[in-house]
Design a binder for this molecule. Structure first.
Ligand code: B12
Ligand code: SF4
Ligand code: SF4
Length: 427
């Protein structure tokens, strides 16, 4: 398919300082971006607030080792099934399965939902770039020569959040750029090797955004149809991230819009106060539970930072196993947080709940679409516009959480909606 070429105004990313790739991987004590070293005490305090337990053996992660990259270069992960999995996102011959939720119309809608984010991803693939997934976005016009003076980073933070929400972000938080979460290297699909990380090391702040995913579509997981929630939210994320980065650029500051590329976004989102970490390895927000997709904009604009939030998720996960039991691949931890690493697709040296990506991705490849069962079954996955959900969230933040979990199980909230019933609503 002939996707549009890069816009004439497409620019190079702002360059400054040595690329992060040149920095050593072991750097637990210097968590600031290189241009903005933060005192170790400030880093330790933020880690405590965020509930992070990071050991001396902490080692930064290279994107080459995430399971998607491995499914190209690592024969242990790549298979005929994984090639077929990717093929279903492209091929028009989608009628090979008659199972409800995996028919031609389900794949047709899923693939349509990915279309916008795919256009950006494929725009510069001739230059070994897969923007939004392996490389940050470059489709941003040059800014002016002058820079808007910022006298109050607090006011500017309020303003940028207001602007980001106006441009389509559902949730916005701000934190310091943290080298620990930057990938040591990006991944070159063309050469199947590491390539230098592009985010300039002197962009000291990160604006993290969350976009809510469609709850009704996710109720149909596992199905190709439910993948429409994934694709539609990636497409929205791409547009919103680019718009925020363009706004900052128009004010004379530097901004790098990044979706899945460049850095681990969950720890950044936790630091930015968007939510807490759950047993299933995902961010749980107060507003949408785990039903969000995340993105981030790195910038040198002076901005005040948010603080991590706590609303009882850790304590609820301690006694709930809905995701562990619901996962068909048995990929989700059932015990205490630990430093266990299942394989090279997990970051080392952090005590946390960790998912086995090989098992998870094998399930995806076998069923020929992504999976969101762990999001569907999580009791925090609710519609919080309803008063009962808000009462439920309050209960889950108190010693009444066992009762809250029992009520959730009884309600049938996390049960699967058959895809044909989802389609039925259209008629
Ligand atoms: C690769 C990837 C996957 C891979 C494998 C991960 C891997 N180990 O290779 C697989 C296929 C398993 C996967 C599955 C899913 N993913 Co995914 N995934 C990613 C991606 C692109 C990269 C993450 C990565 O490099 N992981 C490799 C290492 C670091 O993994 P790890 O050690 O197991 O660490 C994980 C967590 O523990 C956490 N984490 C990492 N470092 C630290 C540090 C601290 C202190 C803490 C507390 C947590 C934490 O983040 C990692 C997420 O994989 C991120 C986007 C991003 N750039 O962060 C999205 C992302 C994490 N995925 C996302 C989602 C929604 C899913 C799915 C629900 C699928 C779907 N339908 O969208 C499932 C859920 C599976 C699960 N229970 O985890 C969302 C999560 C949103 C949220 N609410 O948190 C993200 C952020 C994408 C996005 N743009 O929103 N994913
Ligand atoms: S996405 Fe599916 S297979 Fe992967 S961890 Fe979640 S429930 Fe398990
Ligand atoms: S399903 Fe239960 S254990 Fe899993 S993340 Fe949600 S609340 Fe925590």
């Amino acid at each position: 398919m002939d996707y549009p070429r890069p816009a004439k105004s497409g620019r190079r990313l702002p360059q400054a300082g040595p690329p992060a790739a040149e920095k050593p991987r072991k750097s637990p004590r210097s968590a600031g971006a290189a241009g903005h070293p933060r005192p170790a005490s400030a880093v330790a305090a933020l880690d405590r607030e965020a509930g992070f337990e990071i050991g001396e053996d902490f080692t930064r992660f290279s994107q080459k080792d995430d399971i998607f990259c491995r499914s190209f270069w690592d024969p242990k992960v790549r298979s005929h099934r994984s090639d077929m999995f990717y093929e279903t996102y492209r091929t028009p011959k989608l009628t090979w399965r008659k199972v409800d939720g995996f028919t031609q119309r389900d794949y047709a809608l899923r693939n349509a939902s990915w279309h916008v984010t795919d256009i950006f991803a494929e725009m510069r693939d001739g230059e070994d770039r897969r923007e939004g997934f392996l490389d940050p976005y470059t489709a941003i016009r040059e800014g002016p020569d002058s820079t808007l003076p910022v006298s109050s980073p607090e006011e500017m933070a309020r303003e940028i959040k207001y602007a980001a929400k106006t441009l389509g972000a559902d949730l916005v938080g701000i934190t310091a750029n943290d080298e620990r979460w930057l990938y040591t290297h990006a991944y070159s699909r063309e050469n199947e090797t590491e390539k230098p990380q592009e985010v300039p090391t002197d962009l000291g702040n990160v604006i993290v955004i969350a976009q809510s995913m469609d709850r009704e579509l996710l109720r149909t997981a596992p199905s190709a149809l439910s993948g429409t929630a994934t694709g539609a939210t990636y497409s929205r994320d791409s547009i919103v991230l680019l718009a925020i980065a363009q706004y900052i650029t128009n004010l004379g500051y530097r901004a790098v819009a990044s979706m899945n590329d460049s850095a681990l976004v969950i720890p950044l989102a936790i630091q930015a106060g968007l939510g807490e970490y759950g047993r299933h390895g995902l961010l749980i927000t107060r507003e949408y539970g785990p039903r969000v997709r995340l993105g981030k904009v790195f910038t040198d604009m002076p901005l005040a930072h948010d603080r991590p939030v706590r609303f009882g998720v850790k304590e609820t996960c301690d006694i709930c196993r809905a995701c562990t039991e619901g996962c068909p691949a048995r990929a989700i931890a059932g015990g205490e947080p630990s430093t266990l690493v299942h394989n090279r697709s997990n970051i080392q040296g952090i005590r946390k709940w960790t998912t086995d990506a090989e098992k998870c991705f094998r399930f995806w490849a076998n069923q020929n679409t992504d999976c969101s069962i762990c999001v569907r079954v999580c009791p925090y996955n609710r519609d919080y516009t309803g008063w009962w959900s808000r009462v439920w969230r309050w209960m889950a933040g108190t010693p009444l959480r066992r009762l809250a979990l029992w009520l959730d199980r009884r309600s049938g909230r996390g049960e699967r909606l058959t895809p044909s019933r989802w389609w039925h609503a259209a008629t």
